[in-house]
Design a binder for this molecule. Structure first.
Ligand code: MLT
Length: 329
């Protein structure tokens, strides 16, 4: 008789902490299962833990089908692919990794700002094609420019601190931020309304969570408020941007360029952005550094092991132990 699966992993989540977890519990690593929701709905009946990234849709129906589930561990920060309310109603712990990849995402943001400002990808393609026309590759400095941070959470804060080191002014838009919080005191951004941020910034970077509240927040009208020489960067969630609106604004030269690490559909189905030299495209790699992934995988494995062993998750979002255990649900 085969051992029942304790932990079902539905995306590519590997590394030493996962190897160690596999030595202690029965773990099924199925990196492509997120692509087969019907099969996932069958396989979810027995595991006590589900480990996902951002591509598995953890819906209410899936959670209902998961009769023995105690913890959903999200290897990443955003929980927009997990129905947290349904999990809470079912008494299932939801854990995530809210800070583990923040430095990597902030560093990538600075990398994209420099890439846009100095046209690095374009110049690289030019040299590889045999060119040396450096007079065509004038760029712009970050020094003395204004960075607008849309969403001043952990990543927005870390990005602002790094931008300060480049001698940039920082504006921030975040209706939920506490003006007396440590990040605000430390980074000292000027808090402004979104339209003012768009009007006044030379670089606008988006660090908002996904979800209904932010969906399509940045569309054509808002891009038209940016300076014609300004750049837009999105390393947060693709759905925050209305991509058709961004394309139209770029066509009309309402802004100078954009860098997108995240897309409304991933991978994108058809892509008008690929033909543009003023747009840099990446395949959602903000969190993909060795350091961040080690922290992320270590955190989810530790929380899964704790909960399945009758202990408490550290990075829980709703509650640290399954409420099934507390209330006999
Ligand atoms: C996150 O939410 O942490 C990032 O988008 C990384 C990911 O989903 O893989």
């Amino acid at each position: 008789m085969s051992t029942p699966i304790d932990v079902l992993v539905t995306e590519n989540i590997v590394g030493q902490p996962m190897d160690e977890l596999r030595g202690k519990l029965s773990v099924a690593l199925e990196p492509d299962l997120w692509k087969k929701p019907d099969l996932l709905a069958e396989k979810i009946a027995t595991p006590r833990a589900l480990v996902v990234r951002n591509q598995t849709r953890v819906t209410e129906d899936l959670i209902r089908a998961a009769g023995r589930l105690e913890i959903i561990a999200r290897a990443g920060a955003g929980l927009d692919n997990v129905d947290v309310e349904a999990a809470s109603r079912a008494g299932v712990v939801v854990a995530s990794t809210p800070i583990q990849n923040a430095v990597s995402v902030a560093e990538l943001t600075l990398g994209l700002m420099l890439s846009l400002a100095r046209r690095i990808p374009e110049a690289d393609r030019h040299v590889k094609a045999g060119g040396w026309a450096r007079q065509n590759y004038y760029g712009t400095e970050l020094f003395g420019k204004t960075l607008g941070v849309v969403g001043f959470g952990r990543i927005g804060f870390l990005t602002a601190m790094r931008a300060r080191a480049f001698g940039m002014e920082v504006l921030a838009y975040d209706p939920y931020v506490d003006p007396d919080s440590l990040p605000m005191i430390e980074a000292q951004p000027i808090l402004v309304e979104l339209d003012e941020l768009l009007r006044s910034s030379d670089f606008v970077t988006c660090h908002l969570p996904g979800g209904k509240q932010t969906q399509g927040l940045l569309g054509y009208d808002r891009f038209c408020r940016m300076k014609p020489a300004a750049y837009f960067i999105n390393v947060a969630r693709g759905e925050v941007v209305d991509e058709a609106g961004l394309l139209r604004a770029l066509d009309e030269r309402r802004l100078a360029g954009a860098a997108l690490d995240v897309r409304s559909t991933e991978p994108p189905e058809s892509d008008a952005f690929t033909r543009r030299d003023d747009v840099i495209l990446l395949p959602h790699i903000g969190a993909f550094t060795h350091e961040a992934q080690h922290r992320v995988v270590a955190s989810v494995c530790r929380d899964v092991q704790a909960v399945l062993g009758g202990g408490r998750a550290i990075n829980y979002f709703n509650f640290p132990i399954p409420r099934k255990q507390v209330d006999g649900l």
